[in-house]
Design a protein. Structure first.
Length: 436
């Protein structure tokens, strides 16, 4: 074999070895494990508890996810962005962030408890009231595990987060198996199992990482004030993005009916198969971008953002091409009872829109590293409103295909706007000034 062949092959093998040993592989593995276990929970509930309990569980779990989004926006992501800017040192800031997170989770718990008590007092729905009361008890426990894994992400300890996810997943599956065997599986007990698995794994994590936290007077007040200055805008942005996503469901249901909404949800569920890859990547990008900005400046941050976009584009491009070729067969195979006239074309357009939206993520994450939370929130609000209007008008004109085109147009304009804003903000504005 000639040297010309050996040298490129050696470089490729070296690159693959580095990738396999990297934090990124651990991040993808952890996110894939979390997604797989969440899917298993749904299947087990549907099989052993029935459709009604599955519905209640889905509602309850969505509330837990919203609580995690709020904690990430207000606590853990500001911590990851601001961790190198604290005069008291990283351990004191970590302690203040931990206490702030605990207080926020307890506040959410009290709010859910009040909702449950009101539902009981008004005799509105005993099942919903019981669900709220269960959520009041388990939400702080689930948030403890989410805090631990995102703290590990912020410090680029992806293998530690993977170990945490593996332990929590094992405990959750054991609890579900025991509940199913005893005939006690329901929406409430499944949510309780999530809480138990979360708090036990988080407790073990805290014991092994107790040296990372140092109690300092006033640390909680400082962490809360600094987190809120950035986190309120990050949370607003997340809420607008959630509204933009669910607005399509609501508009399609109102304009086109439940059957068209079902086709849309089916196609969207297939596009969501890319989520473990994307979320696993995003978990690592925020701390990496923060360190790039700190160590090498804004020019290096721009280069890192471009590299991230190119990598995402390559993977999502291949995924979109795959759905474009086989999506017309995949949709009826997975959902044989739906009327999927034109479903393959809708699936392809939604996949293209998802790929374009993913291309804008590095710019958004880089803007977060620059602490431009207000600008991110403003863009998200504009995108939410413009997207809803566009989807509504095109849905009226061309049905579900028009809705998919509206989503594609909205995501394209949103990605262009995010990159334009990042290039302007990253060049011209000081990075040390946090927005209040």
């Amino acid at each position: 074999m000639t040297a010309e062949v050996v040298e490129p092959a050696g470089r490729i093998l070296t690159a693959l070895r580095k990738l396999s040993a990297s934090n990124q592989i651990a991040s993808w593995a952890g996110q894939g494990l979390v997604s797989a276990v969440n899917f298993v929970v749904l299947v087990v509930l549907a099989r052993f508890a029935g459709a009604a309990e599955l519905g209640y569980y889905s509602v309850g779990f969505s509330i837990v996810v919203m609580a995690m989004v709020a904690q990430d926006s207000l606590v853990t992501r500001p911590y990851a962005i601001q961790m190198f800017k604290q005069p008291d040192g990283p351990a004191a800031h970590a302690y203040g962030t931990l206490v702030f997170g605990v207080l926020l989770s307890l506040l959410m718990s009290v709010g859910l408890g009040i909702c449950g008590a009101l539902l009981l007092a008004l005799d509105f729905s005993t099942d919903l009231a019981g669900l709220c009361l269960v959520l009041a008890m388990i939400t702080p426990l689930a948030l403890a595990r989410d805090f631990a894994r995102r703290f590990s992400f912020a410090n680029l300890r992806m293998r530690e987060a993977l170990l945490l996810d593996a332990g929590a997943s094992f405990l959750l599956l054991m609890c579900l198996s025991l509940l199913a065997w005893q005939g006690m599986l329901s929406a409430s007990t499944a949510l309780a199992a999530i809480g138990v698995a979360g708090v036990l794994s988080a407790g073990c994590w805290l014991m092994s990482n107790r040296h990372a936290f140092q109690r300092v007077a006033g640390a909680t007040r400082k962490a809360a004030r600094q987190s809120w200055s950035l986190g309120k805008w990050l949370l607003s942005s997340q809420l607008f993005l959630q509204m933009q996503g669910y607005a399509v469901h609501w508009i399609t249901l109102i304009v086109a009916g439940a059957a068209a909404t079902g086709v849309y949800v089916a196609c969207l569920s297939i596009v969501a198969l890319s989520n473990p890859f994307l979320y696993g990547l995003f978990n690592a990008l925020t701390p990496q971008f923060v360190r790039t900005l700190k160590d090498h400046g804004r020019a290096a941050l721009r280069r890192a953002a471009f590299r991230g976009a190119l990598f995402i584009g390559a993977i999502m491009g291949a995924f979109t091409l795959l759905l474009g070729v086989g999506g017309g067969l995949l949709v009826p195979l997975l959902y044989p009872r739906l009327n999927l006239n034109g479903g393959g074309h809708v699936l392809f357009l939604l996949a293209v829109a998802a790929a374009i939206a993913a291309l804008g993520a590095p710019a958004t994450i880089a803007l977060s590293a620059l602490e431009r939370g207000r600008a991110i929130a403003a863009l998200s609000l504009i995108s939410c409103c413009a997207g809803a209007v566009t989807v509504w008008l095109l849905l009226l004109e061309w049905g579900l295909m028009g809705a998919a085109i509206g989503i594609l147009v909205t995501e394209t304009l949103g990605t262009l706007a995010r990159w334009s804003l990042f290039l302007v903000e990253g060049r011209s504005l000081p990075i040390a000034k946090a927005q209040g």
